[in-house]
Design a protein around this ligand. Structure first.
Ligand SMILES: [Zn+2]
Length: 58
């Protein structure tokens, strides 16, 4: 029986409200594969992908 890693679901970025998910290194990244947030005008923001609710194991 194969044990599948329990990846967290896609969350919403706390900064720009776009969907974020985990990359292969466990870092949060936006669904469009950009780490840096962007504002409505398409400009880069000073924040990076971060889920609304951060759950820390342990
Ligand atoms: Zn964002």
């Amino acid at each position: 029986m194969t044990v599948t890693p329990c990846w967290p679901r896609v969350s919403r970025c706390r900064w720009c409200a776009r969907p974020v998910l985990r990359d292969n290194d466990g870092a949060w990244i936006h669904a469009d594969l950009a780490y840096v947030c962007r504002d409505r005008g398409g400009g880069l923001a000073a924040t990076t992908a971060e889920p609304e609710a951060v759950r820390r194991a342990g």
